[in-house]
Design a protein around this ligand. Sequence first.
Ligand code: 3HC
Length: 698
Amino acid sequence: MSPVSTSTKDGIAVITINNPPVNALSHAVREGLQTAVETCDGDDAVKAIVLICEGRTFIAGADIREFGQPPQAPHLPDVVNRIEACGKPVIAAIHGTALGGGLEVAMGCHFRIARPDAAVGLPEVKLGLLPGATGTQRLPRLTEVKTALDMMIAGDPLPAPQAFQAGIIDRLADGDLLDGALQYAQDLVAANVAPRRTRDLPVTPVAENFFADYRQSIVRKTRGLFAPQQIVTCVENALRLSFDEAVAEERRLFAECRNSPQSAGLRHAFFAEREAARVPGLGRDTPTRPLQSAAIIGAGTMGAGIAYACINAGMQVFLLDSDDAGLKRGTQTIEKLLAGGVERGKLDKAAAAACRQRLTTTSDYADLADVDIVIEAVFETMAIKKEVFGQLDAVCKPGAILATNTSTLDIDAIASATGRPKDVIGLHFFSPAHIMKLLEIVRGSHTADDVIATSLTLARRLGKIGVVVGNCFGFVGNRMLYSYGRENQLMLLEGAAPESIDKALHDWGMAMGPNAVGDLAGLDVGYKVRQERTDLPDDPRFYRVANKLAEMGRYGQKTGKGMYLYEAGSRQPIPDPLVHDLIKAEADALGIEQRDISAEEIVERCIYGLIVEGTRILQDGIASRPGDIDVIWMYGYGFPRHRGGPMHYADSIGLDKVYARVCEFRDRFGPMYWEPPALLRELAESGRSFADLAAESG
Ligand code: 3HC
């Protein structure tokens, strides 16, 4: 059955698309839509046409799953042009989100009506694409060039009332959308209004330097990305070329974007983060436990950040700390976050007041008797964690979820301090907890399915991406971070300056270099964790420089010096000759001859270190899918999204090549860190990729 159907009411044809879940423009939809428009155009009984969608949204765009396949006619730009060429007024009736190809179809229509709670946008850039179905040409004809560019460069949707103000929407529907659209059609017919074709509208001219300035203004936020520059070129063309010439150019540049590795990486990211919500072995119908109230243990920066995220999500929150000074600090942190939220327009004053109402501070565990979930965020020391969990076990109601925010420690050992290990789970938030989108959900050996399902629900409620992983030292994220950090530390001793390593990785696309990150997180934090570990490699070079700096009290930004120097009140790292001397002295003491290390080697050793450890993690069953690892690294550690995460990046190079390089590293640097995992060899030798592995395991 075609996903497109047509009915007629009082001379108005209603073309309805029904292609769940989001009415994406699959081949069948494009074909059905084109046929329906042609039929209505040729039908004398039809005076005007309404295009509307069933289900939760108007068309959400081209079908992203089709991008990897050979394009099939009718192509979307041709369908959009066909709609526009229709001799009778065509009205798009928009609810939900008209995105990408969806908005392009709507702009091909002659008029647009939308529900006030709808939104429209051209988010192609988030997939490494440009609007490739005439959107770069039609949007600047409906609204100001700058508004159009901003929408396409940020890719964020514009709420219908604002789109109405901007000229993209012609009418807002007061009541039922279909009724409103039919009325609009009747009004147009009664007034004998001819089709208003967007292609015929003029583009408002801009100042001479507008595009050069615009390109300059987006340099920072589009660092390393291909599509944004092409989008600007297309919009420049809207003023330079005829509509048809500019559309042909748009199509050419769209194909370049679609075939780029960046788009492949971003499309992988899109699907991987949705896939993460589906946990193998955990049915979609797994029940969840209530999540009305939460207790956060520990009012430090992390605890306060988690508490803030929870009150913002409408939960009643108890923030518990053993001393009054801690609670005072925690409350002040939350107050600052609320004030910042109001200042940035994230929440209004009434919402901030409601958040405050939902927060209770306490030092008494007895107050936690009725909470649905507890999230412990105290010091990263097993003895303290166990003591806290013993107390929670004594006071919390049966069925309460007892979660730990540990970033490295054994969940089973923590759970053993309670008589209810099935209720215990790891919820590893990333700092700052109210901003970072990742929630690593760590299942212990006894964690109940409904506790995992509820944790995923919590992640969604907090606006985060939850990824379920297994229990081992550091789980997925921090376990891999050790390999990445290890190579950084080794290369320092071998002669690469901290700032050279940071520059190489930042230029490659990491949000920050590892040495700047270490100073931000605090060198004392990793130092303490390493002190607790009994399984570190027997290697005097291992984290040697970081350990020395921590022992000197150089903790990073918080002490004004760490791997770098910081001026008072500034977060700008300044290279420190003292650190260079210290590194040189350590290298001499270890008999390491220093040398020049290229940016290419820096990137390869750090990123291949990640890939090798990620492969071991898959081999050990700690991550269920390569895509889960990618999501963790993109959302928790600033891995460039356009490279799709470390495992997708390995696929994009080719696992045979990655394997060969890892073997070279093993031969050059020894097998201690570079012995290739059996899974990597197996995939390389059989010509498979991590994506193949994921597809095989369904
Ligand atoms: N193509 C194929 N599948 C899509 C899709 C698309 N454009 N958009 C969403 N889906 C799928 C998702 O993968 C998901 O599938 P799953 O249930 O199997 O995991 C399902 O639809 C529901 O999506 P969400 O879980 O994201 O649902 P939400 O309600 O949270 O969000 C949405 C809905 C806002 C539409 C969001 O899915 C979204 O932003 N989609 C992408 C929109 C987009 O980027 N459009 C542009 C596409 S490129 C284009 O149009 C090119 C053109 O210019 C030529």
